[in-house]
Design a protein around this ligand. Structure first.
Ligand code: LHQ
Length: 261
């Protein structure tokens, strides 16, 4: 029997699009799928021809979180720590640590750890028909895979607690209002729109990676620590060929052509 790859990929225009690919189970997560995703992300981070990454889902769902039917281990129990430490956390850390920008193209339902995965990305664009569910509480769990970290930081404690404690389905319009996603587009326009956005990022300057790092650090840092971090990042940015190009382009009134160096 030919088995479908758990992750499908397309590398075009300096953009790597990755599809979580278990459509009959709404792309729910298995250890194997998470490991395959981690491998693709790590490879992409080391590939200078990949300027931006898009994560989306095959079929009608984005990702329904852990596959609850296969979570049980050989002895019938669920070793949650093992799943988290060895399979989920490497993916979430990778998404955060990558200099390459990552966009979640939320094409359908994002639930449980599937929502956490989307929250760990740098930008989120939703299709009109997409829904977001902090489903953990519905099955007696707590948000994991970074979900309890990202959600209050993205939408504030009060809204995050409501979403996590009630586990209600949030539609794309509500998600936009909450700030969970930054754009909503029609279902058919989702991938073309996100591809264009990703191409823009892929053609961006070296400072994009520094901006990602800086803003993520800012959530932990004091004001003084952040001022120092800004200075360090700016020194690096100002030493880049892209800065020279940006200033030259501005002064000669032409568009800048960045090379990511
Ligand atoms: C699924 C799933 C799924 C298996 C849909 N599993 N089959 C936990 C444990 C260990 C370590 C790490 O972390 C975690 C954290 C987690 O992520 S816990 C899981 C959190 N996710 C959920 O609780 C979501 C469960 N799914 C749902 O509530 C619904 O399926 C949603 C609201 C996502 C979508 O509803 P519908 O659009 O009505 O679709 P459906 O329910 O009919 O699902 C379609 C198929 O996908 C169906 O299979 P079938 O063979 O009957 O057609 C579902 O059983 C399957 N599926 N989610 N998480």
């Amino acid at each position: 029997m030919v088995t479908e790859p758990l992750i499908l990929g397309e590398h075009r225009d300096s953009v790597l699009t990755l599809w979580l690919n278990r459509p009959s189970k709404l792309n729910s997560l298995t250890d194997e799928l998470l490991d395959a995703l981690c491998e693709r992300l790590t490879e992409a981070g080391a590939d200078s021809t990949v300027g931006a990454i898009v994560i989306t889902g095959s079929g009608r769902g984005f990702c329904a979180g852990q596959d609850l039917a296969v979570a049980a281990d050989a002895d019938g129990g669920i070793d949650v720590s093992r799943h988290l430490r060895h399979h989920y956390l490497p993916v979430v850390r990778c998404l955060r640590d990558l200099r390459t920008p990552v966009i979640a193209a939320i094409n359908g339902v994002a639930a449980g750890a599937g929502l956490s995965l989307a929250l760990a990305c740098d930008l989120r664009v939703a299709a009109e028909s997409a829904t977001l569910v902090n489903a953990f509480v519905r099955i007696g769990l707590v948000p994991d895979a970074g979900g309890s970290y990202f959600l209050p930081r993205l939408i504030g404690l009060a809204r995050a607690l409501e979403m996590a404690m009630l586990g209600e389905t949030v539609d794309s319009e509500q998600a936009l209002q909450l700030g969970l996603v930054s754009r909503v587009v029609s279902d058919t326009e989702l991938l073309p729109t996100v591809h264009t956005l990703a191409m823009r990022l892929a053609r961006g300057p070296l400072s994009l990676g520094l901006i990602k790092q800086l803003f993520n650090q800012s959530l932990e840092n004091s004001f003084e620590q952040q001022l120092s971090a800004e200075e360090r990042a700016q020194v690096q940015a100002a030493a880049s060929a892209d800065f020279v190009e940006g200033v030259t382009a501005f002064l000669t009134k032409r568009p800048a052509h960045f090379t990511g160096r």
